[in-house]
Write a protein that binds this ligand. Sequence first.
Ligand SMILES: Nc1ncnc2c1ncn2[C@@H]1O[C@H](C[S@+](CC[C@H]([NH3+])C(=O)[O-])CC(=O)[O-])[C@@H](O)[C@H]1O
Ligand SMILES: O=C(O)C(=O)Cc1ccccc1
Length: 247
Amino acid sequence: MQSKDHIFAAPIAQLGDFNFDQNVANVFPDMIKRSVPGYSNIIAAIGMMTARFAQPNSNLYDLGCSLGAATQEMRRNLAQPNCTIVAVDNSSAMLERAASHLATFKSEVPVTLTEADICDIDIENASVVVLNFTLQFIDPNQRQALLQKIYQGLKPGGVLILSEKFISTNDTVNELLIDLHHDFKRANGYSELEVSQKRTALENVLRPDTPEQHKARLARVGFEHIDMWFQCFNFGSMVAIKQGSNK
Ligand SMILES: Nc1ncnc2c1ncn2[C@@H]1O[C@H](C[S@+](CC[C@H]([NH3+])C(=O)[O-])CC(=O)[O-])[C@@H](O)[C@H]1O
Ligand SMILES: O=C(O)C(=O)Cc1ccccc1
């Protein structure tokens, strides 16, 4: 059952902050596909990077897993023995649906679904950590501490895949990328009202950084190899590797 996203289709008198409730969880695959340029390419590449970076006897983390799209792609591409995927989200509606979604696939790889704030969990013995459009929802003051914890929990040669909505330091380019994103949403069937109401609802909740801020922060917490591997308009994905051999 795949439901279409009509959440912001009718005028909403008291437009509150966007949150990941039951209504959003019900339409999430449709919402994210029609709203995030490059989403399916990024999911596929998370699988490819899992195949390269997963180490035997390690943990793989999907932080802010929503319905488990990245978790499933990691599980499908994992070829190392004795690994566990830890999928974490603080929305009970998302986690419930993630559990039923993941149960529809056959796999030998154990997945632990954890309902928690990703700022409160332990990260240990990790070879692959995924933050696929999640850091942007974390309080900006907590972002560095979270990345520090991830760096410390990674094994040498481990990887962080960080996908985000960005802002640009150049005002003209920033406006252009935001306009192109709105064009993308309209081309995918969202009305002007849907685009503008969602934009307002996200204002206090999704706080994007520039790619430069991300790179500087990743370097500050210790990552040795950092770069953008994909960008489409104001959405993209970075890779950050911890020094050392993964053999
Ligand atoms: N503090 C937090 N702790 C745990 N989860 C959180 C927190 N804050 C937000 N979330 C969760 O992060 C997810 C962000 S969606 C990720 C898509 C997914 N990664 C995907 O590959 O499909 C991205 C988007 O909707 O743009 C939601 O499920 C929130 O409940
Ligand atoms: O729709 C948007 O404008 C976004 O920035 C992406 C998004 C996708 C799903 C939930 C929240 C934000």
